[in-house]
Design a protein around this ligand. Structure first.
Ligand code: AMP
Length: 428
């Protein structure tokens, strides 16, 4: 019989095998974030629509086409979060964090929602890790953020990552740059995509990160005549930019300038960065971030600088899987009982589960059926509670890794397993 329901378009289920990989990725991230001294902040999955409209910009794709906006039964205008930063900053202000200390290091992890066209690495519900360093305007804060960004990927097994970087300056210099772009691009009006013709009016910088072939052809034709945002930086921004580059060099973080990396919204300032992977479409970033010194003020707070990033976990896992990088599951112990030992084995299994992953029969199946399941399960350790050994206070322990099988006293079984697992951990 065909199932009556399917997961909504653009969403998917993570079945146990896949969610195990996710949990590994999340656990690695928790370790890195903890070692960097970041604290977790959890905010609601929906907020007032206005919050996102104000922070993402009315002209952005997210607001115009991708928001899951809805009215609740009390007629409130709400939206599922399309990103974390707006909600985190709202919570920062509402929770009065700014008054408690100057610099805050925050992270969040969870689902975000965008009504885009689904495809490889593009979903309508996807997960992000989001980090923010709030309160410091110093280039060292940008350097810490980018280093943390890269160290998360390294903890997942990515090597030799190069971060793409640009500076988007200040709203005034960006406007001057936008004017120049408009002048240069307007003569191509007819050849630009519809979206870009609109962007040319509202926010010309966004033409630079267009994905349309027509737009890319125009940009290629302009080639060297196209000025760079870096040419428009004022002195203070240039100094900040140079200090960030020097800091990344000192930290050993590989980076390259990407003049096409622009963020048009008014609260973005100075540093912008992204990481891509060749296995995804060239426009599909694995993650990205930047400085947003104007955001908290735009939300009604005192002027407070900040820098942050978001990493897409779905895409990260796709790449990890394609490269075979995600970690193997840990060791499992499979316990096989006989009729006469079944009752006693229940307590043994419970005790072992305080430390190990243990599989055991719940259906009082025959010994042979249990052995067959154990063979299929891929468990590393097999513990057989045979009648005679059990009567002597022992069980048989088989380690499929070494092929060794021996009798072990029941009271020393946990210690014996522990020793084998930690011996393996220290050699890998
Ligand atoms: P953004 O806020 O657009 O810079 O997105 C941050 C990260 O979220 C991206 O680099 C992607 O890894 C991920 N991401 C964005 N949109 C999607 C999507 N529709 N499906 C899966 N991941 C996404």
């Amino acid at each position: 019989m065909a199932p009556r329901h399917q997961a909504p378009r653009g969403t998917r289920d993570l079945l146990p095998e896949e969610s195990a990989r996710w949990r590994w990725v999340e656990a690695q991230a928790h370790g890195v974030l903890d070692r960097y001294g970041y604290g977790e902040i959890r905010t609601p999955m929906f907020e007032d629509y206005e919050l996102f409209a104000r922070t993402s910009g009315e002209s952005s794709d997210v607001v115009q086409k991708e928001m899951y906006r809805f009215k609740d039964l009390g007629d409130r205008d709400l939206a599922l979060r399309p990103e974390f930063t707006a909600g985190v900053m709202r919570a920062f202000l509402e929770g009065g964090l700014g008054g408690r200390s100057r610099v805050h290091r925050l992270w969040s992890m969870g689902p975000v929602f965008r009504y885009g066209r689904p495809g490889k690495g593009r979903y309508r519900q996807f997960a992000q890790i989001n980090c923010e360093l709030v309160g410091s305007p110093a280039p060292g804060a940008d350097v810490e953020m980018i280093t943390l960004f890269v160290d998360l990927y390294e903890a997942w097994g990515f090597k030799d990552l190069t971060v793409k970087l640009n500076s988007v300056g200040q709203p005034a210099s960006r406007r001057a740059y936008g004017e120049r772009l408009r002048e240069l691009l307007s003569p191509f009006g007819e050849r630009l995509s519809e979206d870009s013709r609109r962007r040319l009016e509202q926010n010309p910088l966004r033409v630079l990160d267009s994905k349309s072939e027509a737009d890319l052809a125009v940009l290629a034709e302009l080639g060297a005549r196209l000025p760079h945002m870096l040419d428009f930086l004022d002195e203070a921004d240039r100094e900040h930019w140079n200090a960030v580059l020097a800091g990344l060099d000192a930290a050993g973080v590989m980076h390259e300038v990407d003049h096409g990396l622009v963020r048009g919204l008014d609260y973005y300032t100075r540093t912008a960065f992204e990481v891509h992977d060749a296995s995804l479409a060239s426009q599909s970033a694995l993650g990205g971030g930047g400085r947003y010194d104007g955001l908290i003020e735009a939300l009604g707070g005192a002027p407070t600088p900040g820098v942050g990033f978001a990493i897409g976990l779905d895409r990260t896992l796709l790449v990890l899987q394609e490269r075979g990088l995600a970690a193997a599951a840990g060791d499992t112990v499979c316990v096989v009982a006989m009729d006469a030992t079944r009752a006693g084995v229940t307590a043994l299994v419970r005790e072992l589960r305080r430390r190990f992953r243990v599989e055991a029969d719940v259906e009082a199946r025959a010994f042979n059926a249990q052995m067959k399941s154990a063979g299929k399960s891929g468990a590393r350790f097999l513990v057989i509670a045979g009648e005679e050994e059990w009567a002597r206070g022992e069980v048989a322990l088989k380690d499929s890794k070494t092929g060794e099988q021996k009798a072990v006293r029941r009271e020393s079984l946990a210690a014996e397993l522990e020793a084998r697992v930690s011996r393996q951990e220290s050699t890998t």
